[in-house]
Structures are given as C-alpha cells and as structure tokens.
Write a protein that binds this ligand. Structure first.
Ligand code: MG
Length: 436
C-alpha cells in the first residue's frame, strides 16, 4: 500500500500571504492592489489597505496609481438643489446631491466640515468612509448630517464605478432588471394628461386644499368629500391600468387621516404616503392595519436604524428612502435588504435633481424588491443625454459610476441661487401654524 504523501505545513509567512491574497480576491479590491505602501500610508490615513498583488493588474490606467481625494466642491443649482463634486488627483470627479430641501447652505457647511477627513483619502473605500463620517460625528443621523453624508456616498460610488469602468449596480451585484418604472407628480387633470403624453403611467398627488386651507385636527364632511372628488377625477383619467398614489405629506392629523383614507379607498390608490407624521410609528402602524391600501413612508427617515422600527412595527410595506437623505447608495442598499426580509418594497423618494435620480436608478437595478422611482426632472438642461421615459419606464444607465455627465454649458444660468424656500403655512381663518 502506497503511503500518502506527507502534508507539509505552510510557514507563517506563506499563511499570511495566502490570507492577504484570498481576502483581496474575494472582496474584489483589485483597485487597492495598485497602491504601493510607500504611496499611501493606510495606517496613517485610517483607510483599509491590501498589499500589492503582482499577477492581476487593473485594466483602467487611472487605477494604476494611487487615488486620493483632493477637494470637495458644492454649488447651488436652481430650483432648489445642491450639487457636489468630489475631485481626485487622477482627474476623476464624483457627483452627489448632499441636500435637505430648504437648507442648502447648512448642508454645504456640513460638507465643508466633513472635507478635512476626506482630503488625502482613497475614495474607493466607500463603506469605510461612510462608517467614519457617520460614527465619528458622535451625534449621529438627522437630516443635515445624513444628507451631507448621502451626497458624499453617491460621489464616492460614482468615482469607484468610473475608475473600474462599470455602473454602480454592477458593483452591487446587478443588474436585477433592464428598465426602471418611474412616477411623476400630477395634481391637476391638465398635468395628468401632459405627463401621460410624455410616457408616464404612474403618478402622485397631494390632498387638494379646500378654501385654501390644509387639513385640521378633525375635518368636516365638505373637506373630506372635496379631497375624494378631486382624487377620483384624476384617477378616472389615468384609468385602471395606471397608478395614482396620494401623499398626505405627514400634514394630515390622525383624526382626519383615518376618515380620508376610508373615503379614498373606492378609487384604489397606488399607495397612501406619510399618512401621518413619520415620528409616530405606532400611530402609523395602527392606521396601516385599518386599510387594505399599501402604506408608504420614508423620505424623513434616516439610515437603517430609522427604518428598522418602521419594519418591525409593520407601519409600512413600501419604504421610500431618499438617496439624498437616508445615507446614500450604501445605506439604501442596506435598507432594501432589511425590507426584503419583511416582504416590503422600495420606492425611492426624489423631488430633487438628476444626480439623485441617477443614484436611485442604480439602486433600482441592484435590488430585487424595487417598486417605482419618484422623479421631478429627467435631467433636461442639467445633464448630457437626459433620461427618457417610454411606456412608464426609463432604461437603466449603462455608463460607468452613476452613468451621468453634467452639461456645464446648459447649467450656466441655473447656478448660484435658488428659486424656492420652505413654505410658511397658516390656517386662513385663525392664523395658527399648519403643516404643509
Ligand atoms: Mg412625500
């Protein structure tokens, strides 16, 4: 009988080398391989680092050299957006929208304060930088800090995709679909007809005001019937094969919300959005149990920790994280996985610009539980090759990173100031503050 060959034990040096190579190959961090230790001192910068692997070199010349962030640039864009450019030493620029509506200057200041951490860092360690910016703030979350972080996250994903020459969804395991359903805002019959002619099949509206006032704590029959009649009129134009959601905007008090929900059920809304303020998760969950229409919420909820309670309490089955508020592409991807475990779907909120839309499309193409993407601009006048709607859908982008390029010439007259500020709403009869 032949004696089996004696196994040789790897030396400690060989074991360390194997572990490094396996980790690098598994994580797909070929970009890191190109960074020699003397070029980037990872331990000093706090950035994960994998030593050089000789056999497989990246094909993109840009990643053969050390890549570092050199500058963060924000600029106001009409009507109410804030764009971010993250510059690198290799000429690749990442785009993001770090904005909370109505607070562009506050967000720009937050970006400025985050800049010092990022300067000199390798932009490709996206998750690492997300963690560092979020956790080192000590005071975590909230609209301003998380919106600033969201824009940075979008821009870092954009850079990573551009350096590797692939769309972001490829890096996230996609594509999971070939085209993405989008919906438009349409609050009047004229707008519905116009948007239908442009190719949309899904829409969203707000509760119409009666005598120029928003909902009171407990509304009268005239207010409820007015809302329902206006909604029914829009739905009759859209037809049974189209979809119309209604956004209560968190502005309808619970007593009125329950009556309005019941009255609207006859028209089979696509969803009820923010039926009450999302801070009252238990209240939302209670209302969700009182209707068969899907409840949607999420534009004012930040990070996976915010969405956890919504899911656990079954307050909504459609989550609407905003790519510019919830924590960016990284965090919305995580929220989508959490939602999947609860059989909930994702309909990204987006009343913002084309960078936000591009980020949402990347998410849609990377997750299994996508429903519909909100948009108010397909990028005309802002990006080269604006998105096009056909039969209610836009094709997933094929370009690297976020797949868009700013049209600097077309944007020239839209820079530097805004045309919009947050509303100040009061009851027309007694002057008290109302939500809007
Ligand atoms: Mg909303």
């Amino acid at each position: 009988m032949t004696k089996p060959p004696k196994e040789t034990q790897p030396t400690d040096e060989q074991r360390r080398s194997l572990l490094k190579n396996t980790a690098a190959a598994t994580l797909g961090l070929s970009a890191f391989n190109a960074i020699s230790p003397h070029e980037t001192r990872a331990e000093e910068l706090g950035t994960p680092h994998v030593e050089t692997l000789p056999p497989q070199r990246p094909t993109n010349p840009a990643v053969r050299e050390s890549v570092k962030i050199t500058r963060l640039e924000t600029f106001l864009v009409k009507p109410r957006w804030l764009f971010l450019k993250v510059h690198t030493n290799v000429g690749v620029v990442g785009l993001g929208e770090p904005i909370t509506e109505g607070r562009p200057l506050t967000c720009a200041a937050a970006i400025k304060e985050m800049e010092s951490y990022l300067i000199g860092k390798d932009p490709r360690a996206v998750q690492h930088h997300w963690q560092a910016i979020y956790r080192h703030a000590f005071y975590r979350g909230g609209p301003i800090l998380t919106s600033a972080l969201s824009g940075i996250d979008q821009a870092l994903w954009d850079i990573k995709g551009k350096l590797l020459g692939v769309p972001v969804y490829e890096l996230l395991g996609g594509p999971t679909r070939q085209r993405v359903r989008v919906y438009a805002h349409a609050g009047t019959p004229e707008l519905v007809r116009q948007k239908r002619a442009e190719g949309f099949t899904a829409f969203k509206t707000l509760p119409p005001k009666l005598k120029d006032r928003n909902a009171r704590q407990v509304e009268n029959r005239a207010w409820i019937e007015h809302c329902a009649a206006k909604f029914g009129e829009l739905k009759s134009i859209i037809g049974k094969e189209g979809d119309l959601g209604i956004d209560f905007h968190g502005a309808v008090p619970p007593g009125t919300a329950k009556m309005l929900m019941k009255e609207l059920e006859q028209f089979h809304p696509f969803f009820y959005e923010e039926i009450i303020n999302c801070q009252d998760v238990d209240g939302m969950a209670e209302l969700a149990k009182a209707t068969h229409i899907p409840i949607a919420t999420g534009e004012r909820i930040y990070t996976k920790w915010g969405f956890r309670e919504i899911l656990e309490k079954r307050a909504a089955v459609i989550l609407q994280p905003d790519l510019c508020h919830a924590g960016g592409i990284s965090e919305v991807r995580a929220v989508a996985s959490m939602a999947e475990a609860y059989y909930a779907s994702i309909a990204p909120h987006n009343p913002l610009g084309p960078i936000s839309l591009a980020a949402g499309l990347q998410i849609a193409a990377a997750i299994p539980n996508f429903l519909c993407q909100e948009q108010v601009s397909l990028g005309d006048g802002y990006i080269k090759n604006p998105f096009k709607v056909r039969d209610g859908y836009v094709d997933i982008p094929t370009g690297p990173g976020l797949g868009i390029e700013l049209d600097e010439a077309a944007m020239k007259d839209k820079l530097g100031e805004h045309e919009w500020k947050n509303l100040e709403s009061f009851d027309p009869e007694d002057g008290s503050v109302t939500d809007w």
